[in-house]
Design a protein around this ligand. Sequence first.
Ligand code: FES
Length: 282
Amino acid sequence: MSNDDKYPTESGRRRFVKGVVGGAALAGVGTTGAVAVNSATTSSGAGGGSTQAMAIENTGGPAPRGMPQIPVEIDSDGNIKGVWPEVQEVTESGVTFQVAETENYNGSDVTYSSEWFQYCGVESYEGIKPDYESENFFHSGANPAYTWQQDTYSEGDTLNISDFEDYRSWGNGIGESGLGKPATGTWRSQDSEDTIPIQVIRSPLIEEAAQNDPWLQASTSQGVIAWLNKCTHFCCVPGYKQAADAAKFNAENDVYCQCHQSVYNPFSVVETLFVARPRPEE
Ligand code: FES
């Protein structure tokens, strides 16, 4: 069977695989078959398979890869939003299902897909369904780790750029000050039992890096970068400058997972290839 038989022309995935990764690159890691096998599982839940995501880099510990980025937009009132990809229907092998996927996201040449978040059980969360209704803003969670955030927000408040004005000097005694100002929160979880944990940092390093990087330019705004805050090792929720013992693992200026000491660099965004889990059948 030729590749053309395996990937019907309606499939957004096929364009993604060829356009972004390249068939040869995928063949090199032995995952080409997984795309065809896993890409259409049911008529309601679907997706999964070999996925290329943009992620904050994993630099230490047992985690297999970085945590996926959530592209950010800031509205005219300063509210910080995590963009959700475009919802569309695709038909593969005679099965029609919904996907949330934006090709060439903001002219960056990257295909942004909700499959980036399909690991660690998140694939079964309400908010990961392509058509889950949400305004997509980031909301402050119940017990934020940062004193500034506890003092500024109540649970459910929307994170707002005006509260990050001191991002060039902020510090909390862990690691260096001035790298950026962090907050934790939730996304697409307002009317759901499942909480999707996110973290953001507004950083001068991101602001600078975005000037010469089409993807960062497309996916960050005013120095704000965001990611799904689920460790890719065993799914704990890591933190940036939240644990004093991060210094023992050289991670006082990084995102650190206390469970088994994985370290992520939030100022380094890389492409990661992994096998996303399909959304469950409904
Ligand atoms: S390092 Fe094991 S769950 Fe994060």
